[in-house]
Design a protein around this ligand. Structure first.
Ligand code: ADP
Ligand code: MG
Length: 363
């Protein structure tokens, strides 16, 4: 059955402030400390992958919980070291140096991430593409000063080094090869989700049946919170970090939000963000944020980035073809960019216990 698109505009109820306070309390970073938020939730936050990663687990014993959190962070750090293209000694960097010369045998983890990334490239018509790295370098939005818009001819030239079709996998030999000189990979759009999945997998294997892992907006809710309640997760307003746009209740599901509001530069009134359309070489416009509910986290992480690139209309048709995911897409109105438009799959609303936009069913 086809899903219906739901378009509706923002109303900004006063309740937002109350929820924002609640969410800040829930999500506030507390680096390198462990404490019991209640009788049996244990939490620690650490800086990883340029963001705050928070692990909360439901447990009856603080010492065991602390040990489990230690080991989970170790696993996550090991994965980051493997997948970070900015570290010279990472597995990805080795692949980037050698991949155009010969098939490179990689770890199962890296092979799996690349395979999943290619799957999302295929279904998204190339909107998600891990070979986007050379284009990212042209748009250094992370350097807030000294940002210049690249020359269109340079963008064209750089596009020649971009294309997921240039990645060749051999599952038998677990090798990766680039079939074109200059091609490289950047896992920024999928690695956080993958690392969250690895953390959750470990916690599950240790018999934990309630945990919330949050890597800067890439979240997985394992099992339930104390007293068997579902985990409550707030989704941030893309234009006002003090506000929430929705509160979701999830169990055994992930939610990933990708947006234009964390890494961006505004120049001559135009917002340039860190997400790039690999087919044009230009940064994404109009999509302010995309939140995808589903699993595994790596898949919905890549999907959220793909939908950021595709925008509401094409993004919705992509989501329609995937029955096990639900999503909310927030876009800027073309004529009036300060106005936000909300589009979501009907199933997304089933997860919301509160939202700052009106109910499409009543419209
Ligand atoms: P965030 O890092 O804010 O959580 P994303 O998951 O959307 O957001 O990842 C953005 C990162 O993905 C960028 O910093 C870049 O490294 C990479 N990237 C940018 N555009 C694309 C794209 N079209 N396909 C795949 N990766 C991308
Ligand atoms: Mg992503």
């Amino acid at each position: 059955m086809k899903r219906h698109l739901a378009f509706f505009s923002l109303i900004s109820p006063m309740l937002t402030g109350i929820f924002a306070f609640f969410a800040l309390f829930l999500l506030s970073p507390n680096p390198d400390s462990i404490y019991a938020r209640s009788e049996d939730i244990f939490r620690r936050d650490e800086l990883l992958m340029g963001t705050v990663v928070s692990i909360q687990i439901v447990h009856s014993d603080s010492k065991t919980a602390s040990g489990l959190i230690d080991r989970t962070f170790s696993i996550m750090k090991e994965m980051v070291n493997r997948m970070d293209a900015h570290r010279e000694d990472s597995e990805v960097s080795l692949l980037n140096r050698e991949g155009a010369k010969r098939p490179v045998r990689v770890s199962k983890e890296l092979f799996d991430v690349i395979s999943l990334a290619l799957k999302v490239s295929k279904i998204s018509d190339g909107a998600f593409d891990i070979t986007v790295g050379p284009l990212i370098k042209l748009w250094p939005v992370y350097k807030r000063s000294g940002f210049t818009i690249p020359d269109p001819s340079l963008v064209q030239k750089t596009l020649q080094k971009v294309g997921w079709q240039y990645i060749l996998l051999n599952p038998q030999k677990q090798t990766v090869m680039f079939t074109k000189e200059g091609v490289s990979i950047d896992l920024g759009g999928i690695a956080k989700g993958y690392i969250v999945d690895r953390a959750v997998e470990f916690l599950k294997s240790q018999g934990v049946n309630g945990a919330l892992v949050n890597a800067g907006g890439d979240i997985y809710a394992l099992g339930t919170a104390p007293q068997g309640k579902p985990w409550r997760i707030g989704i941030q307003h893309p234009r006002d970090p003090r506000k929430l746009i929705a509160v979701l209740e999830l169990r055994d599901l992930g939610v990933v939000t990708s947006g234009d509001y964390e890494r961006y530069v505004i120049k001559n009134g135009i917002r340039y963000t860190h997400i790039i359309d690999p087919r044009t070489g230009f940064t994404v416009r109009e999509t302010a944020s995309v939140s995808v509910v589903g699993k595994p986290a790596a898949f919905i992480d890549a999907l959220a980035t793909a939908v950021m690139v595709e925008g509401a209309e094409k993004g919705m048709s992509l989501l329609e073809s995937l029955p096990s995911v639900e999503a909310l897409i927030i876009t800027q109105d073309k004529k009036n960019p300060s106005e936000l438009l909300y589009t979501c799959t009907p199933g997304f609303l089933d997860y919301t216990v509160w939202r700052a936009f009106s109910d499409p069913k009543r419209q």
